[in-house]
Design a protein around this ligand. Structure first.
Ligand SMILES: [Zn+2]
Length: 64
């Protein structure tokens, strides 16, 4: 069975366009920041030097 996740389009904080594929980041001040996948990819490439921003985070312990 395919569970289709329907999300309403939200405006990306980076490119200022409405996107249906995005991630929402919660800042320390509890603000939600919407970043679309395109901007995410751009950010990953541009900020590769940032430590801790590697794949390790993807298959580490994910708190549930
Ligand atoms: Zn964007």
């Amino acid at each position: 069975m395919d569970a289709i996740e329907e999300k309403p389009p939200l405006r990306c904080a980076e490119c200022d366009r409405e996107k249906t594929h995005y991630n929402i980041f919660l800042s320390p001040t509890n603000e939600e920041k919407v970043v679309c996948w395109e901007c995410l990819q751009r950010t990953e490439k541009g900020f590769n030097a940032k430590r801790g921003f590697r794949r390790e985070g993807r298959h580490g312990d994910i708190p549930r």
